[in-house]
Design a protein around this ligand. Structure first.
Ligand SMILES: *Cc1c(COP(=O)(O)O)cnc(C)c1O
Length: 292
């Protein structure tokens, strides 16, 4: 079902001092693209092993996680329920329409209800229903994210740079990092004081100095996409034929360029940027906003 991802040289991110390449997870599958499939695969296995007949999880109206879960559950022959943050609007988002197409049942929660997911899990506990945490955060999600690195020569890089939402993917990379490598996470959120620890939680303390969380590139907050971000996305497409999403990967690439310009990386650095997918989220924009 999934293609092996390719690695693309980013010429305009490369100079005499450093070389930058990007792992194109976005090309693997139009819906289950990016990190979501990896984060979910061990949960699905675990659910099946436990005899579950249905998966349930949480997310917002534009959640890449929920739409990937919907399709992955369908392929696995499992029923699926999505608990959605916020009341149902007059029209469902393209993400939720797709999720429903794949068979996901939706339950809308108020913001207050959404705060207390444990209560929801208890209320909706049913025989055969298996809950996956929001964003796939948890040990099995981290293990699955780490498997993104299987099968290619990731140890040849000095730095890996990825975006950070729940922190699951970054935690997976940190758990695998070799001693000579650094992981830089670019936060997609504004002011989330617990995010760094969410990443560090799954690795022994000796590894913690190898991780840095950069929080200056949220462009106003989670999922905010001001005109200057969209202009950057168009320019990046022109320069590198690289499509990015408005929530994570555009901010990631922007941050990498800024860090390079600020001489954050010593001469000889070799960067691997992770394109974690998410392009389906761009459907929330008007059609003529982006050239890809
Ligand atoms: C979910 C997502 C992330 C964030 O991954 P976490 O494991 O939640 O930190 C990054 N990029 C894209 C495109 C995503 O969909």
């Amino acid at each position: 079902m999934l293609q092996k991802p390719r690695i693309q040289l980013l010429k305009s991110f490369t100079n005499n001092h450093i070389c930058t390449e990007i792992l194109r997870l976005d090309e693997m599958h139009p819906v289950i693209s990016g990190n979501k499939w990896y984060k979910l695969k061990y949960y699905l296995e675990d659910a099946i092993q436990q005899g579950a007949t249905e998966i349930a999880s949480f997310g917002g109206a534009y959640s890449n996680h929920l739409v990937a879960l919907a399709l992955a559950s369908k392929h696995a022959g499992l029923g699926v329920t999505g608990f959605i943050r916020g009341e149902a609007g007059p029209i469902a988002s393209p993400t939720l329409v797709a999720a429903m197409d794949y068979g996901m049942k939706l339950v809308y929660l108020t913001r207050e209800q959404y705060q207390n997911k444990e209560a929801i899990e208890i209320q909706y506990q049913a025989t055969g229903r298996y809950f996956v945490a929001e964003g796939g955060y948890g040990a099995l999600g981290v293990q699955g994210a780490a498997s993104i690195l299987d099968g290619f020569n990731w140890e040849s890089y000095t730095h890996m740079v990825c975006s950070v939402g729940s922190g699951t993917m970054a935690a997976g990379f940190l758990s695998r990092l070799a001693p000579h490598q650094q992981l830089i996470g670019i936060s997609s959120q504004k002011n989330n004081a617990s995010l760094k620890n969410a990443v560090l939680h799954f690795s022994p303390s000796e590894k913690h100095p190898q991780f840095e969380l950069v929080e200056d590139f949220h462009f106003g907050g989670f999922a905010k996409h001001p005109p200057e971000l969209l202009a950057y996305m168009r320019a990046l497409w022109e320069r590198e034929s690289l499509p990015t999403d408005i929530v994570y990967t555009s901010k990631l690439c922007f941050a990498v360029e800024q860090l390079i310009a600020a001489n954050r990386f010593v001469t000889g650095s070799k960067l691997l940027v992770i394109h974690s997918g998410g392009l389906q989220g761009n459907h929330s924009l008007n059609k003529d906003m982006l050239p890809f």
